[in-house]
Write a protein that binds this ligand. Structure first.
Ligand SMILES: Nc1ncnc2c1ncn2[C@@H]1O[C@H](COP(=O)(O)OP(=O)(O)OP(=O)(O)O)[C@@H](O)[C@H]1O
Length: 363
């Protein structure tokens, strides 16, 4: 449905998009995730036709968009800095796209559509108020409603939930997903929040320095991250990355900690072993056992994050355990940890100029 090939876009000396390749399928909710300055907004503007790429092609629904004006592309875009009419009511703002000749709907149908969208976004009670008198979060919902209200072949959404508080964000996420599912409209959604990307995206594209580093389902990105930076971007607490060296039988990590991960790499290769905090169990037992002592504990609601010093103490890992299991742990208590070999990820060691790539493992 949306296909960007070889897109390059420079602003003066800043290369915003560097041979970017991106494909969003029909009806898909696609999240573009990346840090500030990675090129997310530029990507959306390129799809919308608000920026012309220096080279490369934009194809929508099989049609090359070169020379096609933004208005004629049939996409609806919501910016983080939204343009609303401040003196007009929220209702009027929602209705304005439906008054354009292109999208004009019979009055009754327009009212019904606006009512449904307002309901979904929780702004039904605000429709009579001038937008200038609404809070940032309320305004953001009106702006989003204005995009969703009109029929479009694709929605382009740029951090549409950024001004909402945590609770509302979570609620709106569920609603957005429901709207997407109901309307089956292809959606390209920009965020720098990995939790949001995991919650919403049918697929996720990770963008860094103007290039897509990895595209995949949440499972693919989670279990087969392209490199250490992608692995670090997903999951809180963050993935543990233990430096070590490949041996004949596995990986020996600093401090004499043996990890049962078979690398497709020569003995002596420096690596990082990735281990997610929720994949480590307290109290040993079924998998591979690691021993250590408690360094610090921190309560996270119903669970506890426990940081453990492994082996002779140079290595630390954090794990998340149910509160019942971890509540009585004190610093320096000895603990046994249980790690399953299939949960271990392996990466090349990070270098200053680039994060370590994932290495295939043998089970
Ligand atoms: N109009 C412009 N003029 C000059 N440089 C620009 C312009 N727009 C974007 N850039 C630069 O291009 C790069 C990519 O910007 P872009 O806005 O696409 O990033 P982003 O991933 O959306 O970031 P953020 O999450 O902070 O919005 C940045 O280095 C930015 O400074």
């Amino acid at each position: 449905m949306i296909r960007l090939s070889g897109i390059r876009k420079a602003y003066g000396k800043t290369l915003a998009l560097d041979e970017l390749e991106l494909e969003v399928r029909e009806g898909e909710f696609f999240c573009l995730l990346g840090p500030s300055g990675a090129g997310k907004t530029t990507t959306l503007k390129t799809v919308a036709g608000l920026e012309q790429p220096d080279s490369g092609t934009v194809v929508l629904d099989g049609e090359d968009m070169r020379g096609v004006e933004p208005y004629d592309r049939g996409v609806a875009m919501c910016f983080e800095s939204y343009a609303l009419y401040p003196h007009r009511s929220a209702y009027d703002n929602l209705a304005s796209p439906l008054r354009s000749p292109r999208h004009r709907l019979p009055a009754a149908e327009a009212r019904q559509r606006i009512g449904a969208i307002a309901e979904l976004l929780g702004i039904s009670g605000l429709l009579d108020r001038p937008v200038g008198q609404l809070s940032n979060g309320q305004r953001q919902r009106v702006a989003l409603g204005r995009v969703l209200v009109r029929p479009a072949r694709a929605f382009l959404l740029d951090e549409p939930l950024s001004h909402l508080d945590a609770k509302l964000r979570q609620q709106m996420r569920a609603e957005l997903k429901a709207i997407g599912a109901v309307q089956h409209t292809t959606t390209l959604y920009v965020t720098h929040d990995s939790v949001e990307a995991l919650a919403l995206g049918d697929r996720i594209g990770v963008i860094r320095e103007g290039r897509i580093v990895q595209t995949g389902t949440r499972e693919e990105i989670w279990y087969e991250p392209y490199d250490t930076e992608v692995a670090r971007a997903f999951g809180r607490p963050r993935i543990n990355l233990l430096p070590g060296v490949v041996t004949e039988s596995g990986v020996r990590s600093d401090g004499g900690v043996e990890l049962p991960v078979r690398a497709q790499a020569a003995p002596g290769t420096e690596v990082l072993v990735g281990l997610r905090p929720r994949d480590i169990a307290l109290h040993g037992g079924e998998g591979h056992e690691l021993t250590g002592t408690v360094y610090v504990t921190e309560v996270l609601g119903r669970s506890v994050e426990v940081t453990v010093r492994l082996g002779t103490g140079e290595q630390r890992v954090s794990l998340v355990a149910p509160r019942a299991d971890a509540a009585r742990l004190c610093p320096d208590d000895p603990v046994r940890l249980d790690v399953r070999p299939e949960n271990l990820l392996l990466f090349e060691a990070d270098r200053p100029e680039r994060p370590g790539r994932r290495i295939e493992t043998q089970s």
